[in-house]
Ligand binder design. Structure first.
Ligand SMILES: Nc1nc2c(c(=O)[nH]1)N(C=O)[C@@H](CNc1ccc(C(=O)N[C@@H](CCC(=O)O)C(=O)O)cc1)CN2
Ligand SMILES: Nc1ncnc2c1ncn2[C@@H]1O[C@H](COP(=O)(O)OP(=O)(O)OP(=O)(O)O)[C@@H](O)[C@H]1O
Length: 193
């Protein structure tokens, strides 16, 4: 199947989850992610605000704040088209809506964190396979932003995909620029490669 058709199918799959299924999934993934990170010294963590029935990250964010872990959200880069910046997100951060209708912090350069200074980066995805390949919304934002860190085989940040179990497929068609994941956390289990 073509990548675009897989996106369509997987987006409609997660859109069919009920409100209650979404809530239960959010509670379980929160437990799993904190279990996965429990012995690590995490000070800065990048994550995203859910959109299009992506797994709800709000419970994770609340818990991170509770543990005084600094939370960072993606911002569409103001002049490097196709790239993301990560900016500090606090309860009272001024927000704006980006061109995809997703809330993001209002750009404030003093609050931007270079990707290599994040300990963990949790990425959204549309589909993943059993080898850790990731398919996103089709903008190439994460692939572009992470290409350099992947090429340089940096240990930081640890990149973790977050997904509903229904987003798993056996095998995705991959492209040369795709950045594979070493960890994907779902409500049912944590995949490690
Ligand atoms: N929650 C969340 N935030 C995120 C992402 C994401 O996947 N999820 N991104 C991950 O990269 C970036 C935004 N990328 C996106 C790329 C495409 C579409 C999207 O809805 N595309 C529409 C077409 C919209 C248009 O062309 O105007 C579509 O495919 O229907 C959304 C976000 C940054 N923030
Ligand atoms: N490292 C890169 N350098 C230049 N272009 C890239 C890079 N990575 C991806 N692209 C371009 O971005 C476009 C979309 O890529 P792709 O379909 O893999 O996005 P995606 O993984 O679904 O999205 P995202 O990474 O935002 O979640 C492709 O046309 C590709 O050419």
């Amino acid at each position: 199947m073509e990548r675009q058709n897989i996106r369509k199918l997987m987006r409609s799959r997660r859109n069919e989850l009920s409100e209650n299924e979404q809530l239960e999934a959010a509670k379980k993934i929160k437990v799993n992610i904190f279990q996965h990170l429990k012995n690590a010294d995490i000070r800065r963590l990048g994550i995203y605000l859910s959109n299009d029935s992506e797994i709800d990250t709000s419970l994770i964010i609340e818990e991170l704040w509770h543990h005084n872990i600094a939370v960072y959200l993606p911002i569409l880069h103001p002049f490097c088209s196709g790239y993301l910046l990560f900016q500090r997100y606090e309860k009272n951060s001024p927000m704006t809506i980006n061109r995809y209708g997703i809330l993001e912090p209002k750009l404030n350069c003093s609050q931007v964190c270079p990707v290599e200074d994040l300990d963990v980066l949790c990425t959204p995805l549309v589909a993943f396979d059993l080898q850790g390949n990731r398919l996103g919304m089709g903008g190439g934002f994460y692939d572009r932003t992470l290409a350099k860190y992947y090429r340089e085989k940096r240990s930081k940040p640890e990149i973790i995909g977050l997904a509903h179990n229904c987003q798993q497929v056996d095998l995705l068609p991959i492209e040369s620029w795709d950045v594979p994941l070493k960890t994907i956390v779902t409500p049912k289990k944590c995949y490690l490669w």
